[in-house]
Design a protein around this ligand. Sequence first.
Ligand SMILES: Cc1cc2nc3c(=O)[nH]c(=O)nc-3n(C[C@H](O)[C@H](O)[C@H](O)COP(=O)(O)OP(=O)(O)OC[C@H]3O[C@@H](n4cnc5c(N)ncnc54)[C@H](O)[C@@H]3O)c2cc1C
Length: 274
Amino acid sequence: MSSGILQPVQGFIEGERRSDPGTKNFACPKGFSALVKYFLAQAEPVETRYGARVINIKNEATNKLQVFTDSGHTDVFDTVILTMPVPQLFLIDGCIQDILESKPDLKKKLQAVTYSSRFCLGIYYPRGTHLNIPWTAKYIDGHPCIRYVCVDSCKRGADEDLVGPSLLVHTSVPYSIQHVEADKEAMKPILMEFLNDLLPNLPQPDFIKSHKWRYSQVSKTFEGSSGCISLLDEPPILIGGDAFTRSKFDGCIQSAETLVSFILKGNLLKATGS
Ligand SMILES: Cc1cc2nc3c(=O)[nH]c(=O)nc-3n(C[C@H](O)[C@H](O)[C@H](O)COP(=O)(O)OP(=O)(O)OC[C@H]3O[C@@H](n4cnc5c(N)ncnc54)[C@H](O)[C@@H]3O)c2cc1C
């Protein structure tokens, strides 16, 4: 928080269901990716490659792991940690699929992990626009399409003299499941129509961005895991992420801490020859 990466959510959230009365809401003013980049910066010196999709992992005879990306980049590692949504693990060629074939019980448990889906609109208004909305965010019960609307600029505490307001709209889980195969661009006018019915008199936006999460929050986590699992012991391939805890920030931290202690323990055992 002292670095400004996280800050308390500004304003009032309408219709929020709090399972834990002690829950506090925080926002990342520079976006969620700033949080990940912050932690990576703490771990420097590390060479970080963003926007690279891993397509193949080979287990080399030298006890190293060779990783290939879709941009043609190849690198060799002692340990690999994978934190993508579990169904996307099955898209990586090479030793991952061989390991899963050799461990049918593990494969079955991974296949049992399920996710909800979600469409989202980011709606950006010109600087100086007033939206006249009394809340920062609102959960909408019983709507046929929309579950959540947020004045994102307000949530992030953006300086209104510098940036115009922006709205964030999330679809409900049932609506998203029903339309999951739809193209995100095709959904844009449909979602805008639902929004304009819900909030009439919205001003004309400058720009609308549409997004689809095929794998949004985890609805069924990996059975019996407390943060990560080992796919291969030597060389280590570990799998972690919110599927192994829960789809909340604290779940991500728990998985990360479990992964770190797993690796440190492995290194200690190697160093002591145990
Ligand atoms: C709409 C929505 C709203 C949410 N709201 C909240 C909230 O209010 N509070 C909260 O605490 N949590 C919230 N969450 C949950 C939170 O975002 C997740 O729990 C968290 O992002 C999980 O982190 P992760 O690192 O496990 O996985 P992810 O954030 O899913 O990261 C996985 C990464 O792996 C990448 N990837 C996939 N395949 C490959 C590949 N082959 N090679 C390389 N990279 C790959 C993906 O691009 C992605 O960047 C929300 C999630 C969604 C979708």
